[in-house]
Design a protein around this ligand. Structure first.
Ligand SMILES: Cc1cc2nc3c(=O)[nH]c(=O)nc-3n(C[C@H](O)[C@H](O)[C@H](O)COP(=O)(O)O)c2cc1C
Ligand code: SF4
Length: 452
């Protein structure tokens, strides 16, 4: 049984309500932090915990906090990233929907540590009903003296504002998010300057994922050292995984990062095995942006060791034979799934979501989508596979923000591990066309440019 820190109380009846949350021990970390600690000692505790950002990149949270600039007289801000638009990722939704006060509690402590008197939650527009839940929790926290002026008589003021996005995946990228929060189009900014120096309204800003900030309360309550004892290596604490695809028990699970991928997929405690007794074919273990892994490399590393559900183990082997923990969106594919079609679906998503600022991403995502569709619908040639490989290489590392990489990696991994499936489509055009009957006409309309 994995240890639970975030979801331990999520199933207590009416835990959404302040009185119940408080009765269950809620807001203790705010009392401890504001009354017995100072901002520096809180940052130190978060550093000791080893907590890594849960939004995807896994950057150490305490270290990020320590980078925040403190120019005299200039306000600073905490922004919580609740955009959660990465396909396959739905864990922040669960936290906010079922135990909203855990996020508010973590935000108050984090705001105190960072010196933010006005903190923000930027939430994806589609989570409209969760906005109401959060606003009710904020009102309750304010009515009970945890937000507003002079919290607990300490002289610290803090307000939390909720801002809805308008449906753009790119607004989850932290600088695009900041632009959007400022009322502009969500175009990523060139870094540096980093948000910790010039963020929201050019003020020092820390952007953290919902799950990252929700973990701050438990860390303060138990102490950073104790938190660091949970998990393994640099994968400390617990991690929420949203599991979906061809499994018996899709859902959101909190794991302590010591279990193997095999246990996670086949144990009844988590995914409960592959649906309808089918064989496991592949998995995208960390949200749609991370490389797909075939079953053999998913369950065991290239060295033949068991693969574990943690940052180090999932990335063991680099992109040649490994993947990433990413945002924890665990997408399982059974033996019936077509990798080319799956990759096409992802490419289509990235093409649609590219903000268009950089040519490699704007043009490359469109070309990848078109070529993938050409192959999938039986109109491709072997040279198209090489072209696809070439295009993804030209996108990776050549763009303003990581959306370009996020679009390139799934394509690269699909070709790397499943080239035979691409070749099958080329060698079996009729079968491919029959499979995609009704949509195949689209391939006739595409004109793929020749790249020298
Ligand atoms: C295209 C794109 C979309 C992203 N979407 C999200 C998101 O929905 N939620 C999130 O927390 N981070 C997202 N990120 C990562 C953020 O830029 C940022 O690294 C993160 O919010 C930092 O929080 P953390 O350090 O707590 O992980 C996205 C990044 C990119 C490039
Ligand atoms: S990589 Fe894509 S999404 Fe990111 S800034 Fe460039 S065009 Fe926009």
């Amino acid at each position: 049984m994995s240890k639970k820190l975030l979801l331990e109380k999520a199933h207590v009846e009416n835990i959404r309500l302040y009185d119940v949350y408080r009765r269950e021990g809620g807001y203790k970390s705010v009392e401890k932090a504001l009354k017995t600690m100072n901002p520096d000692s809180i940052v130190e505790e978060v550093k000791k915990s080893g907590l890594r950002g849960r939004g995807g990149a896994g950057f150490p949270a305490g270290m990020k906090w320590s980078f925040i600039a403190k120019p005299e007289g200039m306000p600073r801000h905490l922004v919580v990233n609740a955009d959660e638009s990465e396909p396959g990722t739905f864990k922040d939704r669960y936290l906010m929907e079922f135990i909203p006060h855990l996020l508010i509690e973590g935000m108050i402590v984090s705001s105190f540590a960072l010196g933010s008197n006005d903190s923000y939650i930027y939430i994806r527009g589609e989570y409209a009903w969760i906005v109401d839940i959060l606003e009710q929790a904020i009102d309750e926290a304010k009515a009970n003296g945890w937000l507003g002026k002079n919290i607990l008589g300490t002289g610290f003021d803090c307000n939390i504002h909720v801002q809805r996005g308008a449906g753009a995946y790119i607004c989850g990228e932290e600088t695009a998010l900041i632009e959007s929060l400022e009322g502009k189009r969500g175009n990523p900014r060139i870094k540096p300057p980093f948000p910790a120096v010039q963020g929201l309204w050019k003020r020092p800003t820390v952007v953290n994922n919902v799950e990252t900030i929700a973990a701050v309360g438990p860390i303060i309550n138990m102490g950073g050292d104790e938190y660091a004892k949970i998990g393994v290596g640099k994968s400390t604490g617990t991690k929420l995984i949203s599991a979906c695809g061809n499994i018996n028990k899709p859902g959101v699970y909190e794991i302590d990062m010591t279990i193997t991928v095999e246990e996670f997929i086949y144990s009844d405690e988590w995914c409960g095995g592959i649906k309808n007794g089918k064989k496991l074919k592949a998995c995208i273990p960390g949200g749609s942006s991370v490389p797909i892994l075939p079953a053999n490399l998913l369950l065991k590393t290239a060295k033949g060791e068991p693969r574990y559900m943690n940052y180090e183990s999932l990335s063991d082997g680099g992109f040649a034979t490994g993947s990433m923990m990413g945002s924890g969106g665990f997408i399982v594919l059974d033996e019936d799934q077509c990798i080319v079609k799956n990759t096409y679906t992802l490419a289509r998503f990235y093409r649609h979501e590219s903000c268009g600022q950089c040519s490699p991403c704007r043009e490359g995502t469109g070309w990848m989508e078109k070529i993938l569709w050409k192959i999938e619908s039986g109109k491709g040639s072997s040279s198209d596979i090489d072209l696809l490989w070439d295009i993804q290489r030209k996108i990776e590392g050549n763009t303003i923000c990581p959306l370009g990489d996020a679009a390139a990696w799934p394509v690269a991994a699909a070709i790397r591990h499943f080239r035979d499936e691409f070749e099958w489509h080329v060698a079996n055009p009729q079968e491919s066309q029959i499979r995609n009957f009704g949509l195949a006409h689209y391939a006739d309309e595409i004109h793929v440019p020749v790249i020298a």
